[in-house]
Design a protein around this ligand. Structure first.
Ligand SMILES: C[S@@+](CC[C@H](N)C(=O)[O-])C[C@H]1O[C@@H](n2cnc3c(N)ncnc32)[C@H](O)[C@@H]1O
Length: 415
């Protein structure tokens, strides 16, 4: 049962998405009602966090088993009392999965409140504590040590430093304040640490603040899949064309064996996300940018090289339509099967053939019902069922893999 309403979008954006998720091909493959039901389910899933926390292990430093042991000890400390499993992903050997329990519906709301920004609220739903810069408002007499209810200002309407807020706010759980209201809003810009230590979050996920930082890092499951699909080999020249934190890419005279284009995108697959205030112009601004980046990537790729294109969004325009465009624009590109194949096939509506759709990976969280996970059900669930769920109930994501053929004739003969 959903605890949050569906993601709130501008009507123009919701209509735009709905049109593509209910395009002619989708409707004729199922029915109008079924397509509409799936679209609404997707919007609800986007507002809720994924069912698992995923971490990638730095296997250059330690074995996955060793890090798994350290992580189990850490979780014992964090969740004093009940044990949470840490699963190793069978198809992604460097990935560990920790189930998220929740939503817990019986947490008692407190009189004293803190309102946090939407980004901070999303992080809290995935296990973070509240850091001072995320706090937008706090009750009048809040002192250090008070038990506080934390709410997310999902529409960004609360004024910084307000003493109360009556706008749309979503309850995230309770915590203990580490600072007083005065400390938080006294104007000292250096305050960056924890403001509220979450003790009763409605979704219980481990906190990864400074937890085994050299051994592991948080990464959504599909992003870990991308690294395996790229499959870099020793001695190869690899380019991560859009490596964070961004900026202008340097002039690159070389050609590369493999290129990852993990493209800037509308990010509409990110979860949880309860409200997106973007205009249609903003949402649709990424398609041309991604095409320019694809153009650069194809130029920098050596013949015989591999290009992996990925986004953390769900729009047809940034995913399947880009693949269709790339295949037409660059006759040297050929779509490749992916290993491992964990997501579903591509969505219809961009003119790709059934065979081509099967070579894509679209991670669509609406393919599973929204989960309610409590500690009892964790004990009763088989490991393989949990892995199955972790593969489905993740963020919305898309991956395509191309080979740059040595000549167009080669592409034709390989078909
Ligand atoms: C999805 S993230 C990729 C993250 C990267 N794969 C990593 O793990 O570090 C997209 C990145 O593209 C960068 N970006 C935005 N516009 C860009 C542009 N015009 N050219 C290159 N990179 C850009 C952003 O700063 C962002 O870091």
């Amino acid at each position: 049962m959903p605890i949050f309403p569906k993601i709130s979008l501008r009507p123009e954006v919701e209509n735009y998405l709905k049109e593509s998720f209910m395009n002619k091909e989708v409707v004729s493959a199922s029915s109008k009602q079924e397509a509409e039901r799936k679209f609404e389910a997707l919007l609800i899933h986007l507002a809720h966090p994924p069912s698992f926390t995923t971490v990638r292990v730095n296997t250059h430093l330690a074995s996955v088993d060793y890090v798994r042991g350290l992580l189990l000890d850490e979780l014992q400390k964090q969740f004093s009392g009940f044990s949470v499993p840490v699963l190793q992903h069978p198809a992604l050997p460097d990935v560990l999965l920790i189930p998220v329990t929740g939503p817990r519906r019986n947490i008692e709301k407190q009189q004293r409140e803190v309102i946090v920004g939407a980004q901070c609220g999303n992080a809290v739903l995935r296990g973070a504590h509240v850091y001072v810069p995320g706090i937008v408002s706090a009750s009048k007499f809040m002192k250090a040590g008070d038990v506080i209810s934390v709410y997310s200002d999902i529409k960004g309407k609360c004024k910084k430093g307000a003493k109360e807020f009556d706008g749309t706010k979503v309850f995230l759980g309770n915590g203990i304040s580490e600072l007083s209201r005065k400390d938080i809003f006294n104007g000292i810009p250096a305050l960056k640490g924890i403001g509220i230590r979450m003790t009763e979050p409605i979704y219980l996920s481990p906190s990864f603040d400074n937890v085994l930082p050299s051994y592991l890092f948080l990464q959504n499951l599909p992003s870990a899949v991308v690294a395996h699909v790229l499959n870099p080999q020793p001695g190869e020249k690899i380019l991560d064309l859009c490596a964070a934190p961004g900026g202008s890419p340097p002039f690159l005279p070389e050609s590369f064996d493999r290129i990852l284009l993990d493209a800037p995108c509308s990010g509409m697959g990110q979860r949880p996300n309860m409200a997106c205030t973007w205009t249609l112009k903003e949402v649709t601004s990424y398609q041309p940018l991604q095409r320019r980046l694809l153009n650069v990537a194809v130029k920098l790729l050596k013949p015989g090289g591999v290009l992996v294109y990925s986004t953390c969004t769900i729009t047809l325009a940034e995913n399947e339509e880009q693949v269709a465009w790339a295949l037409t624009t660059f006759p040297c590109l050929q779509l490749q099967p992916q290993e491992p194949q964990i997501g579903g096939e591509g969505m219809v509506g961009a003119g790709l053939s059934q065979g081509q759709l099967k070579q894509l990976q679209r991670f669509d969280p609406s393919v599973v019902p929204l989960q309610d996970m409590d500690t009892d059900c964790l004990g009763d669930t088989k490991g393989e069922d949990m892995i199955w769920l972790a593969n489905k109930d993740c963020i919305g994501f898309f991956i395509a893999k191309f080979l740059k053929c040595k000549s167009t004739e080669e592409k034709v003969s390989r078909k």
